[in-house]
Write a protein that binds this ligand. Structure first.
Ligand code: LMR
Length: 396
């Protein structure tokens, strides 16, 4: 039966890890998949998470099913983190939410829900966007369109072109926006630009679909929520897919959240039932473990503080790595100005080089990153930055 299927090329992001593992060069550098790494190249378990694991081990008395929506404490804590403790939409009982298997799971079930609402709906995604957005959303049956977002020549956001495109979006269409730390470019909207997006969302009556996978990695946990909170508080409907993979370092536990802000409390109940039924039709209920850990951390004042400082430390280190790379490139005589890397936010930067140059980096220098020129900044360290800068200068 399966011979009728075509052999697929490796995944553009996950495939890089396999290629990296097979490379025998001792100086190989992995800037592919978006995982945080420390100076030694490890992705350690956060201390706050390790403590929560101990608590959970003591506390958990059963492995029976959890409820279809997941841990309610996790959902409540995550909604407060994203929307603010005193969020008016939470006070008004306008937010439906379920724990989802990772940010991907959240994106997918929200997409399935959108199909239930309107199977002709179009989702507008930024050009470029995270490579997996298109299969995740498209496989649910939604049509995908793109709006201009990033100019490789100037390494900046094409905001005017983006606004022009959003002016053509029809009522009922969906616009996918990255809440912060845009993946793959690292180029984020300013607060003033978010304000302008809000105005156009009101005017065109489109539904914002916010993907929030890197909260805390840009300017901090509060500052990074500006766009999310602005849209949530000022529009009748917004949907949010959030992930705890990066900021809690819970990648393999698959912890995400799908949230739906509805016009009123009655519609919230409808949305809650529908999103749970979508999940039931795919995986029934989410895995318990990761959500239980996040709930423990966010509910405990001292663990929460510890987690916040771990997020701050990861962010600060990535900012230092950006500066280090830019400096090393200058030192090595790069004839391209890479100072834009310092302005970009979060885990990724677009180096704005060609796919041929990216492949040359891989084939000749064993430096692995996505063809789009997206690098995982957290993969840089004191040991490899010199080799990286030299290789990059040589392919320019
Ligand atoms: C990434 O963008 O590298 C991560 O979100 C991992 C993934 O699933 O692609």
């Amino acid at each position: 039966m399966f011979e009728v299927l075509p052999q697929l090329a490796p995944d553009p992001i996950l495939g890089l890890s396999a290629a990296y593992r097979e490379d025998n060069n001792p100086d190989k550098i992995d800037l592919g998949v978006g995982v945080y790494k420390d100076e030694q190249g490890n992705t350690p378990i956060l201390t706050s998470v390790a403590k929560a694991q101990k608590i959970l081990l003591e506390r958990e008395t059963s492995k029976t099913y959890i409820t279809p929506q997941g841990h309610q404490g996790y959902i409540d804590n995550m909604l407060a983190l994203l929307l603010g403790d005193k969020s008016p939409v939470l006070m008004a009982d306008r937010v439906a939410g379920v724990q989802a298997p990772g940010g991907c799971g959240a994106l997918r079930i929200l997409s399935e829900l959108l199909v239930r609402c309107n199977d002709n709906a179009k989702v507008w995604v930024s050009d470029p966007t995270w490579a997996n957005h298109i299969p995740l959303i498209g496989s649910a049956g939604l049509k995908i369109e793109t709006y201009p977002y990033f100019d490789k020549d100037t390494a900046s956001i094409r905001f005017d072109a983006m606004m022009e495109a959003l002016k053509k979006v029809e009522k009922g269409d969906i616009v996918l926006l990255h809440g912060c730390c845009h993946n793959p470019t690292g180029a984020d909207l300013t607060n003033a630009q978010w304000d302008a997006v809000l105005d156009i969302a009101k005017e065109r009556e489109f539904l914002p679909f916010l993907d929030v996978a890197y909260l805390g990695f840009g300017d901090g946990l509060e500052d990074d929520a500006y766009g999310v909170r602005l849209l949530a508080e000022n529009l009748p409907e917004v949907i949010i897919a959030a992930s705890c993979s990066k900021n809690f370092g819970l990648y393999r536990e698959r912890v995400g959240l799908a949230a739906i802000i509805t016009e009123d409390s009655k519609t919230r109940q409808i949305a809650q039932g529908q999103i749970q039924s979508v999940a039931r039709g795919i995986y029934s209920m989410p895995p318990s473990y990761g959500g239980a850990l996040v709930d423990i951390i966010l509910s405990d004042t001292s663990l929460r503080k510890e987690w916040e400082s771990e997020v701050n430390a990861m962010r600060n280190r990535m900012q230092t790595l950006r500066a280090m790379l830019v400096e090393k490139l200058e030192e090595n005589g790069a004839d391209k100005d890479f100072s834009f890397v310092n302005q970009q936010k979060g885990m990724f930067s677009f180096l704005c080089i060609t796919p041929e140059q990216v492949r040359e980096m891989r084939d000749k220098h064993s430096v692995y990153f996505v063809d789009s020129s997206r690098v995982n900044i957290a993969g840089i360290n004191q040991q490899n930055v010199g080799t990286l800068a030299k290789a990059l200068v040589s392919v320019l």
